[in-house]
Design a protein around this ligand. Sequence first.
Ligand SMILES: Nc1nc2c(c(=O)[nH]1)N[C@H]1C(S)=C(S)[C@@H](COP(=O)(O)O)O[C@H]1N2
Ligand SMILES: [Mo]
Length: 359
Amino acid sequence: MLAAKGPGVFAINDKPLVAETRPEALDDDATPTEKFFIRNNGKIVPPVDDPQRWTLAIDGEVNRALALSLGEIKSKFQHVTRRMVLECGGNGRAFFSPEAQGVQWHHGGAGCAEWTGVRLRDVLQAAGLKDTARFTGHFGADPALDEDQPSPISRGIPIAKAMDENTLLVFAMNGGDLPSVHGFPLRLIVPGWTGSVSHKWLTRILIRKDRHDGTLMDPWHYRVPATLTAHGDKFDPTTFVDLESMPVRSIITSPAEDTRVARTLTVRGAAWAGDQTVRLVEISQDKGASWQKAELSAPKNPYDWTRFTTQISFSSSGAHEIWSRATDSTGKAQPSEAQGWNPQGYGANPVHRIRVSVN
Ligand SMILES: Nc1nc2c(c(=O)[nH]1)N[C@H]1C(S)=C(S)[C@@H](COP(=O)(O)O)O[C@H]1N2
Ligand SMILES: [Mo]
């Protein structure tokens, strides 16, 4: 399966399949499908023999429970295409020291694709939300690694996020059918939030009166301390809060790490900030002693990433580093080192640093 992925994507884990994208492979405005990161929790990618017979159930706190075929979803609701970032909740985990538990992502557990689908809001309105509707629960067709378990993952979001106009039920990626590994024939894209709520191979959305209690909704998963913590602190997960919006991050996508570069060169990259927007991206060529502002291009639509570019000049040849640092619309900037160590390793968004050899 990974063979279908392009260069610049490397497997972190085999079963379940987890693959990260190298920063230099994220140099396009829209991440090509073959370069998009993969995060599976289940045993296999569920085979879909006949997509015409795929149905999505909407039930629970609704006036009319629905069972919609793929054809009905495509024909009854307005199509929307948006370029939006999808990012794993654990992105950046590898920057925590000592090592936190979970997939050791660097900055490449993220990508920005063109997603086409319908608004979840429109479908929920067709079902008619009851006043008691508070939270969603997502169910998909992938079997758990341990087949005694009901599902590898079943997470949910508050109704307000489900009703956000940018939350989509997606059937196409970058203009083609959604690939199997990314959730064919139907997935959720809940932009800006931990990727774990963007359910793949989606078969059911249960509308609930209360927070969902499915697999990986337990106190340890996708939950973070409410205050800044450090390694050695006592952690009580019952006091944690749900990880929702992802923190601000930037990556240098050109030049590539460990390559030879000219004394004067263009540095290019991307920055994004969960539910916030990117206010500022700065580049340092002296390991953070001084910073120079990069030029930002306007995102195409909400939740698109912000591409940046700037020219820098080194005054000497040899080994150097280039760093990038983004600041979000609330004024939060990426720290020099990962902050807020927590056992599950969420929220590590240090500046991106690459080594280059200057001619
Ligand atoms: N059914 C299902 N949906 C899922 C997952 C999964 O294992 N099973 N993984 C989630 C996680 S943790 C992430 S980060 C994203 C990754 O989406 P991608 O593989 O298309 O990049 O899918 C989410 N949706
Ligand atoms: Mo994830």
